[in-house]
Design a protein around this ligand. Structure first.
Ligand code: ADP
Length: 426
C-alpha cells in the first residue's frame, strides 16, 4: 500500500516534471519562432526597419547580419561610384563606343556612338548590330574577324560624315566597337591630293613648253636668229609663269605656317591705297581709266607687307579681267558700317554660283583667260588668307555685264581713327 502510494506520488511528480519541461521547450521554440519571424520581417525590409530587439543568442545573429548588410551596402556604393565614374568617362570620350555580346547584340553604347550610328538608347539595346548598321562593308568587316586595321566608312546617319571604325575583341567572343569622326581628316587628305595634282598640272604645262623648245634647238641645225629670239621669249614667259606660281605657293605656305605669327604695326592705309593705285596704273599701261577715292584717313592694325600683297591681288585682278576702256575704281571708306578697301571694275562680271568658290586654290572661272593674263589661280586664296589673319572679311559682289566689286572690310577693333592714326604712323 505504502509502496504503491510512493510509486503513484513519484509518477505524478514525473508527469509534472515532464509537463514543466515540455512547457519550457514550447516557450523556447515559440521565442525562436518569434525572433525568426522578426528576422524575416527585418530582412524583407532591412532598408527602413531598425534592428529588432533580441535576446543574447539572436542579438549576435542580428548584429552579424547587420554588419554583413553594412559591408554589402558599402561594397555596392563603391561599385556604383565606379560604374558612375565609368559612365561619365565613357560619355566624355570623344570616340563612339558600342559593347557587343557574343551573339553580335548591342549591350551598351555611349552618346557619341548614338551620334555616329544613329542608335537610340531606349530601343536599340539588345538589337543585332548588323540590323542597325546595314552597310555591306561593315558586315564584311564584322564577319571577317580580322580587326587589325580600322574600317573607313560613311556614317549611316549622314553621307557627309566619315567614320573610322575599329573592333577590339575581348573575353568570350565579346567585342567593343570604337568609332571616330574622321570627316575633317578625310577632307584635308582629299584637299592635299587635289593640291598636289593641281600644282603638278600647273607646272607640267610650262615645263612641257620649255622642254619642247629645247628639243627644237637640239634637233634643228640652223635656226634663224628671229626664230631663236621668239622661242627664247616664249620660254621666258613660261619660266616667269613657273616663278610666279612658286612665289605664290611660298606666300601661301608662309601665311599658313603656325610659326609665322602676324607682326603688327599701324598700317597707313591711305598711303597703301595710293601705292596700290600707282601699281594699277602701271599694270594697266593706259588701257583703263582708273580712279581713287580716299574717303577716310583711318589706319588699320596689321602687317603692311601682307596687306600690300593681299589687296594687291584684288587690284591686279581688276586690271587683268577688265576689258580695255572700262573703268576701275579704288576706294577706302565706309561701307555697310565697316571700313573697307574696295576695288570696283566694269568687267564682264562673275556668275553667282562661282562666287563662293573663287577663294579656293586654283579655282578659275575662265582658265584660258587667267593663264593668258599671267594668273596662277592663287591670288584670291592669298587675299582671303591675309584678310583672315587680320580678322577682316572679303566681300565679293558681281553682276554679269556690269562688273565686280571686291571689298576687304576690317572690324572696328582693327581700325585706328584718323587723328590717332596720324600720331602713331608718324
Ligand atoms: P587668277 O590667278 O586665276 O586670277 P585668282 O585667285 O586671283 O586667280 O582669281 C580666281 C578667279 O576669279 C580668276 O581666275 C577669275 O576667273 C576670277 N576673278 C578674280 N577677280 C576677278 C574680277 N575682278 N573680274 C572677273 N573675274 C575675276
Amino acid at each position: 500500500m505504502l509502496v504503491s502510494a510512493v510509486v503513484i506520488g513519484w509518477l505524478g511528480g514525473l508527469v509534472w516534471a515532464l509537463f514543466f519541461v515540455i512547457a519550457v521547450l514550447l516557450y523556447y521554440i515559440y521565442r525562436h519562432l518569434r525572433f525568426m519571424a522578426a528576422m524575416s520581417d527585418w530582412l524583407a525590409n532591412s532598408e527602413q526597419a531598425s534592428l529588432p530587439p533580441a535576446n543574447s543568442d539572436w542579438d549576435e545573429i542580428f548584429y552579424g547580419l547587420e554588419r554583413m548588410g553594412r559591408r554589402h551596402k558599402r561594397a555596392m556604393a563603391r561599385l556604383m561610384a565606379v560604374l558612375d565614374r565609368f559612365e561619365h568617362a565613357a560619355q566624355a570620350i570623344p570616340d563612339g563606343i558600342v559593347m557587343i555580346n557574343d551573339a553580335d547584340q548591342i549591350e551598351w553604347f555611349n552618346p557619341v556612338a548614338c551620334r555616329h550610328f544613329g542608335l537610340d538608347d531606349k530601343t536599340d539595346r539588345g538589337q543585332f548590330i548588323g540590323y542597325l548598321i546595314r552597310q555591306s562593308v561593315f558586315h564584311d568587316y564584322l564577319s571577317h574577324g580580322d580587326f587589325r586595321e580600322a574600317l573607313v566608312m560613311k556614317s549611316p546617319v549622314s553621307r557627309d560624315m566619315t567614320l573610322s571604325v575599329q573592333v577590339v575583341a575581348f573575353g568570350e567572343r565579346q567585342k567593343m566597337l570604337i568609332s571616330r569622326d574622321v570627316t575633317q581628316v578625310e577632307m584635308l587628305e582629299s584637299m592635299r591630293r587635289d593640291f598636289v595634282a593641281n600644282v603638278s598640272h600647273e607646272l607640267r604645262t610650262p615645263l612641257t613648253v620649255v622642254g619642247g623648245f629645247l628639243e627644237t634647238f637640239l634637233d634643228t641645225e640652223s635656226l634663224s636668229r628671229d626664230d631663236f629670239l621668239r622661242y627664247c621669249d616664249l620660254m621666258q614667259q613660261q619660266t616667269d609663269r613657273m616663278r610666279r606660281l612658286v612665289e605664290d605657293l611660298l606666300t601661301l605656305s608662309r601665311l599658313e605656317s603656325p610659326q609665322n605669327r602676324l607682326v603688327e604695326t599701324t598700317v597707313d592705309m591711305p598711303l597703301l591705297v595710293r601705292s596700290l593705285y600707282q601699281d594699277a596704273v602701271s599694270l594697266s599701261a593706259g588701257r583703263h581709266p582708273i580712279e581713287m577715292g580716299l574717303e577716310s584717313h583711318a589706319c588699320v592694325i596689321g602687317n603692311a607687307d601682307e596687306l600690300a600683297s593681299g589687296l594687291g591681288n584684288l587690284v591686279s585682278n581688276a586690271v587683268r579681267y577688265t576689258p580695255p576702256g572700262k573703268a576701275i575704281r579704288l576706294r577706302w571708306g565706309m561701307k555697310s558700317g565697316q571700313l573697307c578697301f574696295s576695288v570696283q571694275d566694269e568687267g564682264e562680271g562673275i556668275e553667282a554660283h562661282h562666287i563662293p568658290r573663287l577663294t579656293e586654290r586654283f579655282y578659275r572661272v575662265d582658265r584660258g583667260r587667267s593663264r593668258e593674263t599671267g594668273g596662277t589661280g592663287l591670288g584670291l586664296a592669298i587675299a582671303k588668307h591675309v584678310l583672315t589673319r587680320h580678322h577682316a572679311r572679303l566681300q565679293i559682289e558681281s553682276r554679269i555685264g556690269h562688273g565686280s566689286c571686291f571689298s576687304a572690310c576690317f572690324p572696328a577693333d582693327r581700325v585706328v581713327a584718323d587723328e590717332d592714326c596720324l600720331e602713331t604712323s608718324a
